[in-house]
Design a protein around this ligand. Structure first.
Ligand code: CDP
Ligand code: MG
Length: 723
């Protein structure tokens, strides 16, 4: 376990000469390339835009570091790179590698992983522009449900989760010559698993191996890089010589009651009183961000026509790409010649903390919160909660103000709170996640001994046990813990194990067509819109789709209605029906892709839609067949109790469920002021005992009202079976 018995395998400098000759070769390749006016990737002359971006690129700190980096990559299998955000790591280092010949079209490729989809797509677009090539050709990206790459791709940005998926079908990652693990300091679940996997792959892909030597570049923005160095058997650590300017940090004297309001107030105050420079505000999610943007705009309007112009841009993951790109628009100029320049405010989630760098930021507003995943293995609930950030995050945030000149950071909490209440670093996600998906992936990758898998921070044994148990109940693992045929199929689907199982089993209930629509609609941001100012009209629109026994079927009804609208009328239809047009159209593309995988896995498409509509019982049975572990039972008190975990929960106000059915299955457990279950479907005790007697095993069942009901169901079942 851990690092103690890890094989020390470093390419020591036994071939120094080879390395230095490689470095010379690199240098001349680069010089030749940089003096040429023909783009080797396209065979065309470089555009004027290329030349102008090149000038800014050459000024990035990472350029002075190019030959040193390439030298180390030439002589080591793993290199750790640490550098301030904005120094050019993400956009330039993968390009250096491609330029000196680590990749060639149709043969090998350089991969650069990103924890976030937005970062993968937006950086790929930027790099394609920098290299003067088309996106999807020489430079591409792959995120879940979206692959914009081709055989010609030599540089691919992808989410860490997608690279992990690719490893399932290509266990030695043979397509890649170099893997750049970017943003490693974020320690996402997928990055951690990838690192463990790379530890297994690296010895199998040393120099001279069938697929050539695999190189790994681990990039991190924080000072914790030694930890990666140690993990990768003492790989060399290189520091990008960054330059940053001092940032003055201010705290509030008293804790803030409402951090969104405080952030808005601070932004307007800066606009009124501080010198030129753009503002970056950190908030936690779409709703908050849109609200703050609106209020900042209003605040600026109140300042009157004579004050400098203020433009406000939101940034969060579900924002369409065209709008995401707006954050890079330079701030407006002065209103009158010689007057004070305008200002840009970007209100962003954590993504602007290290993944994306916006030039021109001089002021940072940090309320001290972000949305973080929290997992409680005891009640098997994983939720996203607004939680305090760590001191390391707070320092990263303030650093964003000092990239181009001295800046200011306004922390909307007290100095005492910074030192006493915030943790030094954020816990790695692996310690805060449910593991069923990861365990299934690892099993599929052929890693059976999870206890000895080389995790940088091993997850809690209880969490692993829970994951194995869930997968066993679902039939993905047998009692020995080995992958079953069902499990192998489940691993092929880019979904949570329960959803995979639901899709695979749906033909048994004659409704795979309906289940794939439901799964697709659940994989995208909320389809039903309910703006505060027109809540009543929105509720009326939703009422047309309601099936009072099921939120899932209600979703299906809306989705199916959308599919029936001719494509040129869909936008208007969405508008009229309070449907999120972007979400539902991405659901359509998700569905198309899932259907592709279903065909490949021989899962037949069957519909239960007849003349009089759907056979909704079939759909509810298919849902129950996979979700029976997320079931709640009505108590005499009127609330629900989750089965086995005994949590008191309530139906979420957004649920369409009529009355209070005895048994419900639910998709999501939302921990807010009250424990709500969301996206709910009515089910039946008789289905539960028929479909999952191994789970509803009365010998191992806590005494409760649910148990009394189940006893009756088992008796009825026995009678039906003629016993
Ligand atoms: O990865 P690191 O934080 O070291 O830097 P980077 O993301 O490679 O960014 C380097 C430079 O490229 C920054 O100055 C960004 O502002 C710029 N950039 C840009 O102008 N437009 C983008 N879409 C992405 C980066
Ligand atoms: Mg970066």
């Amino acid at each position: 376990m851990g690092g103690s018995d890890r094989k020390r395998k470093i390419n020591l400098a036994d071939d120094d000469d080879a390395a230095s000759s490689l470095a010379k070769q690199h240098k001349s390749t680069l010089e030749a390339r940089q003096s040429s006016s023909i783009n080797p990737w396209t065979g065309r002359s470089y555009s004027a835009r290329y030349q102008s971006i090149l000038q800014t690129r050459l000024k990035l700190p990472v350029y002075q570091f190019q030959s040193k980096l390439l030298e180390h990559v030439a002589s080591n299998q793993v290199v750790v790179v640490e550098g301030e955000t904005g120094s050019g790591k993400t956009t330039q280092i993968p390009q250096f590698l491609v330029e000196v010949g680590y990749a060639s079209p149709g043969k090998s490729c350089v991969a650069c992983t990103q924890p976030r989809r937005v970062a993968a797509t937006s950086i790929a677009a930027r790099v394609a522009e920098e290299m003067d090539v088309t996106l999807g050709g020489t430079v591409g990206y792959t995120i879940r449900f979206e692959d914009v790459s081709s055989d010609e791709t030599v540089l691919k940005f992808l989410t860490d989760g997608m690279l992990l998926r690719e490893a399932m079908n290509d266990p030695l990652l043979s397509r890649y010559s170099v893997i750049v693990l970017d943003e490693a300091h974020e320690r996402t679940l997928a990055t951690d698993v990838l690192m463990g996997l790379l530890m297994e792959i690296l010895p199998k892909r040393e120099k001279g191996s069938k697929y050539g030597e695999l190189k790994v570049v681990v990039m991190s923005a924080t000072l914790d890089a030694e930890k990666f160095q140690e993990y990768f058997n003492g790989a060399p650590l290189l520091k990008v010589p960054g330059r940053t300017f001092p940032v003055e940090v201010f705290y509030t004297a008293e804790p803030e009651r409402n951090y969104v309001e405080a952030a808005v107030r601070t932004a307007i105050q800066i606009h009124k009183c501080e010198g030129p420079g753009d503002i970056l505000v950190f908030l936690t999610g779409e709703q908050e961000i849109e609200q703050a943007c609106e209020e900042i705009r209003l605040g600026a309007q109140d300042m009157g026509k004579d004050s400098p112009e203020l433009v406000v841009y939101p940034l969060y993951s579900s924002l369409p790409p065209a709008q995401q790109r707006k954050i890079f628009t330079p701030a407006p100029g002065p209103k009158v010649v010689g007057g004070p320049p305008g200002r840009k405010v970007v209100v962003s989630t954590n993504i602007a903390e290290t993944s994306l760098t916006i030039d021109g930021i001089v002021y940072v507003i940090d309320p001290g919160f972000s949305k973080q995943k929290v997992y409680n293995p005891r009640i098997r609930v994983e939720s996203l909660l607004v939680s305090p950030i760590s001191r390391a995050s707070a320092r990263q945030r303030s650093g964003r103000a000092g990239r181009t000149r001295p800046g200011k950071c306004f922390r909307l909490y007290t100095e005492q709170s910074f030192y006493n209440d915030l943790q030094e670093t954020t816990y790695p996600e692996i310690l805060r996640s449910k593991m069923s998906n990861v365990v299934l992936t690892l099993k599929k990758l052929g890693i059976d001994d999870l206890v000895h898998f080389d995790f940088m921070d091993p997850p809690a044994p209880e969490t692993l046990m829970r994951a194995l148990e869930v997968l066993n109940y679902l039939g993905a693992l047998d009692d020995e813990g080995d992958l079953t045929d069902l499990g192998r199929q489940m691993a092929e689907l880019p979904l949570d194990p329960q959803l995979s199982k639901m899709l695979i089993c749906s033909p048994d209930y004659n409704c795979s067509e309906e289940i794939v629509s439901i799964v697709a609609a659940m994989s995208v941001p909320q389809i039903f819109l309910r703006p505060r100012e027109s809540a009543k009209a929105a509720d009326e629109a939703k009422a047309q789709f309601v099936d009072a026994t099921s939120d899932h079927i209600t979703l299906l009804n809306a989705y199916a209605a959308y599919e029936d609208v001719p494509s040129e009328e869909r936008k208007q239809w969405c508008w009229d029906n309070f449907i999120n047009d972007r979400s539902i159209s991405s659901a359509e593309s998700v569905k198309k892709q899932l259907k592709g995988i279903m065909t490949r896995l021989d899962i037949p498409l069957m519909t239960c839609r007849g003349k009089s509509g759907y056979d909704t019982n079939s759909i509810r049975m298919a849902l129950t067949s996979a979700m029976y572990m997320q079931v709640a039972h009505l108590q005499r008190t009127g609330s629900y109790l989750t089965v086995k975990d005994n949590q008191i929960v309530y139906l979420h106000p957004s649920s369409v469920i009529d009355g209070k059915p005895q048994w419900v299955i639910f998709e999501e457990f939302a921990l807010t002021s009250k424990n709500y279950i969301r996206t709910v479907t009515t089910t039946r005790g008789e289905w539960l005992v028929e479909m999952a007697p191994h789970y509803f095993d009365l010998d191992n069942f806590p005494e409760c009202e649910a148990k009394d009901d189940l006893v009756l169901e088992y008796k009825k079942l026995a009678r039906r079976m003629g016993k």
